[in-house]
Design a binder for this molecule. Sequence first.
Ligand SMILES: [Zn+2]
Length: 302
Amino acid sequence: MDPIAAERRHRAFLATAQLRYAWQFRQRGCAGVDDPVAVDVPPGWYGPLERLFEQVEQVLPAAERGGFRWRRLRSRQGVLEVAYDGVRESVSPLVATARETAAVTCERCGRPGARREVAGSHAVSCRRYYLDRLLSRHPGGETGVRQWWATPQPGLGGRSPAAVVQNGAPPEVLIEQALRLAMPATPRLNGAHRQRLQGVWPVLSEAFGDGLRSLRLAEFDPARGPGATLIGLMAGEADSPAQAAAVNRLARNGFSDLRLRLVGQRDLARPARASDPWSCMLAVEASVTIPRHQPSLPPFAR
Ligand SMILES: [Zn+2]
């Protein structure tokens, strides 16, 4: 959708909600200061939010509406943020449900989706929207993308991606191609980088034990400043408490500049199908191994 049409649709969504549920959108902040409700949500989430407004109207009788208003409704990195004034116990489960629904609803079209990363930015996407987000990082720019859509491929039975996508969601092979095209340059590590990064091994071995099979570094460009993606290849699935603990350990040991991503080794064969396709493809195509032990060098090379 073009930006003007999207803006018009957003205004229509907001105007309708403000008209129908005026009391939820009171523009009154603390101490009478004018403080409009901040609404910045993508079109795919209009449905879940309209349901939320309607349900809040149902659970709060007119006598209990004083002081209630939405303060902020917006999407941040694929997560629906909801803040409101006026504590109402009956509202919080409704907000929780809206957030859970948004987490599996494509931000662009409202069809089922998953929260997926593209170069550090997260959004809940269906397969088609995810493909478009990946293609926006095509190294050939808009011309490259147009060519890609129009070029027939033997792997697609001689059809072009455009023809294939007309008949439904993009197949895995197209997502995989777009992932490959969108990959950043593979990092080059000098001796000092490598030596520092080897310090990550003992920290993460303590967190994951033998579950951690190898470590790779991606999205690292010293010329652009600090920050890089650290990919842990795991024998099995890592649970989120273990991951959170590992992130804390890294920070305590001076590695807070590294974004830790865990990838199951089995997923490497089919990145488009993994829960984190971006990190998976980084591991396959655009990363370097961090060796576990410092190689023993002859004395003159030290
Ligand atoms: Zn979609």
